[in-house]
Design a binder for this molecule. Sequence first.
Ligand code: HDD
Length: 705
Amino acid sequence: MSKAKTNGAASSPKRQAGSANSYGEGQLGAGGELHQAAGASHPEMTTNQGLPLSDNQNSLRANARGPSLLEDFVLREKITHFDHERIPERVVHARGTGVHGYFELTKSLKKYTRARILSEVGEKTPVFVRISTVAGGAGSVDTPRDVRGFAVKFYTREGNWDLVGNNIPVFFIQDAIKFPDLIHAVKMEPDRGFPQSATGHDTFWDYMSQTPEAMHMVMWIMSDRTLPRSLRMIEAFGIHSFRLVTEGGDSVFVKFHWRPKLGLQSTLWDEAVKIAGADQDFHRRDMFDAIAAGNFPEWELAVQIFTAQEAEQFPFDHLDATKLIPEELVPLQVIGRMVLDRWPDNFFAETEQVAFCPSHIVPGIDFSNDPLLQGRLFSYLDTQLSRLGSANFHQIPVNAPKCPFANQQRDGHMQMAQPAGRVAYDPNTLSDAAPRETPTTGFRSATATETGDKGRIRAASFADHYSQARQFYRSQTGHEQAHIASALVFELSKVEQPHVRQAMVGHLRHIDEDLAQRVAAGLAMTPMPAAPPAAATVKDMEPSPALQIIGKMQATLSGRCIGILIADGSDGAVIASFKAAATAAGAGVKLVAPKVGGAKLADGSMLAADGQLAGTPSVLFDAVAIVLSEDAAKLLSEDAAAVDFVRDAYAHLKAIAATSASKTLLQKAGIAKDDGVLGSSDTGGFIAAAKTRQWVREKSVRTLA
Ligand code: HDD
C-alpha cells in the first residue's frame, strides 16, 4: 500500500496563523488565498474528546484513490454528530425569532401582589422573548396571515415567570381539549402536505364553521392584525385572566397587555404576499437589523385589574378565552417597560431550545380557572420532554433560572449537574446543606373555594359566541372593515367545498348582516345561507376604538425605512436631501439601483447602492423616492422591476416622491396624482405623507368586498 499523501501536519498542534499546513485544497479560495485573517490566533480544532486534528478536509483512505477506512473515528464522530443535529420542531409556533432584553417596573402593584417583579419599581429583570408564527414549519416564511406568538421568559429573583401570549387578545376555543383538533385543522392537510402556513384551505374553514366559539377570533385573524409590518409593531396579550396574590392569600384578577412603543402597523394583504417572495425572513431580518443598529424594540406592560365581584357584572365571562375585557370597561394601567437589546449568540442554543411553560409562575401570581389555561398548564411541560428530549431541559442555559435553584430531583438523560453528598431525599437529617421548603416566602396558591358538580360541562356563561365578534367588527374603521370582508372572501374562495363557505357566511349573519352580504357577494353566493341557531342572544356592545389598528398607528417614521430608486445620471443633491430628511425623521434609508455596485451620478461620481432593483422591490419599504434622470426613467420604464417598484408602492398606499425627470416611469406605472404623490422639492410633504398610508387611494387601486 502506498503511503497516503497528506497536506502535511503542522509540527506543533497549535496551528500557526497563516500556515497552510493544516488546510486541504478545499479551504483555498478561488484565487488561492487562505480563509484566515493575517495575524489571527485561532484556537486548536479538536475532536469532541479534545484530540487535536491535523486534517479536517480529508478522510482516512486506504490509498489516495481507495476506499475510506472504518477506522476513521474522526470522520465517524463528525458525521454522527451532524446526523443528529436536528430536534423535533415545535408542534405549533415552530418558526420564531428570539431576542434577549430586560423588563423594568415603573409602577408598583405591591398592594395586589407579593411578586417582587411586580412590586420593586426600577428593578431590571432579564428576559428572553420569542415571537413566532403558529401554523408554518420552522423554515416557513415570516409573513403568512397568521397569529403571532409572543412568549416572554422573565428571569426573576424568585424563579422564572413565563408569560406565553399572542398578538391577539382572544383565542379560537374555550377548552384545551379542543386544541389538537384546532391545530390539525389549521396545519397542512395530512394527505397532501399543503398548505404549509396558510389558513385558506378546506380543513381549517370546515373546523371553524363547526366551532361557533371561534367567531370572535375569526374576526381578529381576518383583520390586518395577522399581517404585521414588523414584530416591533405588534401588541401582545397574556389572554387569560391570571390572579395577583397578596401575602395573606387574597387575590384580584389581572390581564396582561404589551403595547409597542412604535405603535401598531400592518401591511396590506397584497403587500404581505409579495414580501414573502422578496424576503422570506422579512420580520426576523427587521428585528436583527434594528438591534444591530441600536434601535432597541420596546413595549409597555399594562394590566387590567378587577375583582371577582366586578367580574360578575361583566356581560361575558372573563374565564372564557374567546372574550376580551374592553379597555373602556376596565382601563389599562401601564406598570413597566420591556426593551429587547441583545441578539442571541446562537439561534439553536437559545431560540430553538428555549422552553416556555405557562405553568412557570412566581410567588404572588396564580392561575384562574380558565379551562384553556388549565389545559395549557399540562401541555407545555409535556411537549418539552419530547422536543428537548430530557427532563433536564431546565438546565439548558437559556432555560435555567438566574436565581439559585435546588431540590432533590436527580439524574435523567443529559444531567449536567453534579450534586455532592449522600442525601437525595427530603425530609432528611443527614445534610445541613440540603434545600428546605420556605413556608412563609415560597409559592402558595391563592385562596379559592370550589363547589358544584363534577362533569364535562361548558358553563352557560360561555354561550355567547357572537356579541364580541360583532363589537370587534363594528369598532373598526371603514378601511379595516373592508379588509376583513375582503380577507374572508379571499380565504373562503380557497375553500373547495361550497357547504363550508355557506356555513361560514351563515355565522357572519349573526355578527353583522352587512358583512355577511359583502362576503356572500364576493363569493357570488346565492341564495344567502341561513344563520345557524345561536346559543345566546347576540348583544350590541359599545364600539371599542382601542380594537382598531388605524387608531393605534403613530405618525412616525421611527423604525420605518425609505427606499430611494437611483440610476446612472441621478442628481446627487436630490438624493442627499431625501436621505437627510428621512434620517432626521428617524427612518432608515436604502438606495436601490439597477446595479448593486451603484450608479454614476450626474456629477460623474459613483454612489453605491444597498440593493439591486430586481431583488429589492418597494414592498420592503414604507415610502419611496424616485430620483432618476430623464434618460434613466425612459430606460427603466421598459423594465418590469422598475415599473412594479413604483406601481406596488402606489397600490400599497405608500407615499411616493419623484423628480419631474422620472415622469416617464410614473406614467408607465399608471400613477395618478394624489396627496401622497409629491415632487422631489417637497421633502417636508413627502416625510409627512410617509408617516401614514394613503387610505383614500385604496378604492382606486383594488376591488374590496
Ligand atoms: Fe400554545 C407553544 C401561545 C393555547 C400547546 N403557544 C406556544 C407558543 C406560544 C403559544 C406563543 C410558542 C412558545 C415558544 O416560542 O416556544 N398557546 C398560546 C396561546 C394560547 C395557546 C396564547 C391560548 C391563549 N397552546 C394552547 C393550548 C395548548 C397549547 C390550549 C394545548 C392544550 N403551545 C402548546 C404546545 C407548544 C405551544 C404544544 C408548542 C411548543 C411549545 O408548546 O413549547 O405545548
